[in-house]
Unconditional design. Structure first.
Length: 434
C-alpha cells in the first residue's frame, strides 16, 4: 500500500469515529451537543495536523539543526521514513566528502598540474603543481576565466583553435611546460600541465656531451691520421722529423685514451649497477699519495704542502683518490710557476673536510656554478695546453654525491682558488663503526 493511502486511511477512520460519536451524543443529549462535540473534535484533529505540518515545514527549512518529531498516528510512519532518508543522505554525503578529500589529496601529490574548468573555461579547482606551473591560486582565482589568468599568446591561440588532440609546448615562468586540455563530461574540461624543464635540460646536456665528446676525439684523431698520412706518402722522412711526429701522435693518443677513460669512469659512477663499497680509509696515507702525485706533476715548479688533522672516514678509497687527485692536479695546472698549493684534511663545522687552496689564476664568479658540468671550460685554450679532458670536476661531483659530500668553491680572479669537499659526521669511520 502506498504512503498516501497509509496516511488517508487512518484519517478517514478517525473522521468516521467522530461522526458516529457525534450521532450517539446527539441521540442521548440532543443534536446541539452532538454537533458541538463533533465540531470540537474536528478542530482538535485539524489543529494536530497543522501542528505536524508546521513541524515538518520547519524541519524542511533547516534539516541540519531541527530534530524530527516522533509524530502520532500516520505521522509516525512519515517521520520515520523521512529520518531514514535523512540518515542515508548523511551517509552518502560523508562518503562523497571522503572521496573528494582523497581525490584532492591524490591530485595535490601529482607532479603534473591539474586545473578543472567548466565549458567556458572558468576555473573550478587546481592542484599545487598547477599553481607552481601557471602562477594560479586556488582560493584566489576560483571562478575566474583561465584565459584571463594565463596571458600567453601561444596559449590563447591554442584555446581559440580548439585543437586539443595535440599538446602545446609552452614557455612560461622560466619553465618549459607541456599543456594539454582534455574535455570530459558535458560541461567540464581538464587542463593538464607537465614540467619538461628538467627533461629538456638533461636532453641538452646529452646533446652537448655527445657534441663535445665528438669534438674532443676528433682533434687527436685528426692529428694522428695526418701524421700517418705524411708517413705513408713520405717514407724517407729524416729521423728527427719522424721522432717529432711519433711524439705528437703519442701525446694525442694518450689524450684520447684519457678522455675515453674519464667518460667510462663517469658512466660507471652514474650506473645503479655499480654500488658504493665502503671501507675504512687511512686518510693520512691516501693524502700522502695525492701529495706525491701533485709534486711529480709540478716537477718542482710549485710549493706544495699537506696538513692532516682529522679522523679516517668510510668510503671508496679508489673513488676518493680519483676525486682528490683531480682537485690537486687542477691546482697544479692552473697555478703559475712559483705559486703555493696547500692540501688540508681537517675537521669542519659539519664534519671532516678536504680542501685544496692555491695561488693560481682564479675563476670569475659567473663560471663557478658551471664548473662541474661535463666539458665546461673557463678558458678552452689554456685547458688544451694543460692536457685536461674537461671531465675532471664532473667526476669529482659524482664521486662526492655517492659519498653524501658536497663541493664548495671559493675563488677570486688573479688571487687563487679554494676547493672544499665537506663530508657529513656520519662518514667518520669511528662514528660509523659505533
Amino acid at each position: 500500500m502506498s504512503p498516501q493511502l497509509l496516511f488517508w486511511v487512518p484519517a478517514g477512520l478517525r473522521l468516521l469515529v467522530v461522526l458516529l460519536g457525534s450521532a450517539l451524543l446527539g441521540a442521548f443529549f440532543g443534536p446541539v451537543v452532538g454537533l458541538a462535540v463533533g465540531l470540537l473534535a474536528m478542530i482538535v484533529a485539524v489543529t494536530v495536523q497543522l501542528h505536524y505540518l508546521y513541524l515538518l515545514a520547519g524541519w524542511l527549512d533547516s534539516p541540519a539543526t531541527v530534530r524530527l518529531p516522533d509524530g502520532w498516528g500516520a505521522w509516525t510512519d512519515i517521520f520515520s521514513r523521512l529520518y531514514r532518508l535523512r540518515r542515508d543522505d548523511d551517509r552518502n554525503r560523508t562518503e562523497l566528502t571522503e572521496w573528494l578529500a582523497r581525490f584532492r589529496q591524490a591530485m595535490s601529490l601529482l607532479p603534473d598540474g591539474v586545473v578543472i574548468m567548466d565549458d567556458v573555461l572558468f576555473m573550478e579547482w587546481c592542484n599545487p603543481a598547477a599553481e607552481r606551473h601557471l602562477g594560479l591560486k586556488d582560493d584566489r582565482d576560483k571562478g575566474m576565466r583561465v584565459t584571463n589568468l594565463i596571458r600567453n599568446p601561444d596559449f590563447m591561440d591554442y584555446i581559440i583553435l580548439g585543437r586539443y588532440d595535440q599538446p602545446l609546448t609552452l614557455s612560461l615562468r622560466e619553465r618549459k611546460l607541456i599543456v594539454h586540455i582534455i574535455p570530459f563530461e558535458n560541461r567540464r574540461q581538464i587542463l593538464v600541465t607537465h614540467d619538461a624543464t628538467e627533461t629538456e635540460r638533461i636532453e641538452m646536456m646529452r646533446r652537448d656531451f655527445i657534441a663535445n665528446a665528438s669534438h674532443e676525439l676528433r682533434t687527436p684523431l685528426t692529428v694522428i691520421n695526418g701524421f700517418l698520412e705524411i708517413a705513408y706518402n713520405q717514407p724517407n722522412l729524416d729521423p728527427a722529423t719522424r721522432r717529432s711526429h711519433l711524439k705528437l701522435m703519442n701525446e694525442q693518443g694518450q689524450r684520447m685514451q684519457n678522455l675515453v677513460e674519464d667518460m667510462l669512469t663517469l658512466t660507471r659512477l652514474e650506473s645503479i649497477d655499480y654500488p658504493l663499497r665502503l671501507e675504512r680509509i687511512d686518510m693520512a696515507r691516501l693524502l700522502d699519495q695525492i701529495l706525491q702525485e701533485a709534486q711529480a706533476l709540478s716537477a718542482g715548479r710549485h710549493t706544495i704542502t699537506l696538513k692532516v688533522d682529522a679522523s679516517d672516514i668510510n668510503g671508496s678509497s679508489d673513488e676518493l683518490r680519483s676525486a682528490f687527485g683531480n682537485l690537486a692536479s687542477n691546482a697544479v695546472r692552473y697555478t703559475p710557476d712559483g705559486g703555493q698549493i696547500v692540501l688540508r684534511w681537517q675537521n669542519g663545522r659539519g664534519g671532516p673536510q678536504f680542501s685544496v687552496q692555491d695561488t693560481g689564476i682564479g675563476i670569475r664568479a659567473e663560471h663557478l656554478s658551471r664548473l662541474t658540468e661535463r666539458f665546461y671550460r673557463v678558458d678552452k685554450s689554456r685547458s688544451r695546453e694543460t692536457q685536461g679532458t674537461g671531465l675532471g670536476l664532473a667526476i669529482v661531483k659524482h664521486v662526492l654525491l655517492r659519498h653524501d659530500a658536497v663541493l664548495a668553491i671559493e675563488s677570486q680572479p688573479e688571487q687563487g682558488s679554494t676547493f672544499i669537499v665537506r663530508f657529513p659526521d656520519s662518514a667518520i669511520a669511528d662514528a660509523v663503526a659505533a
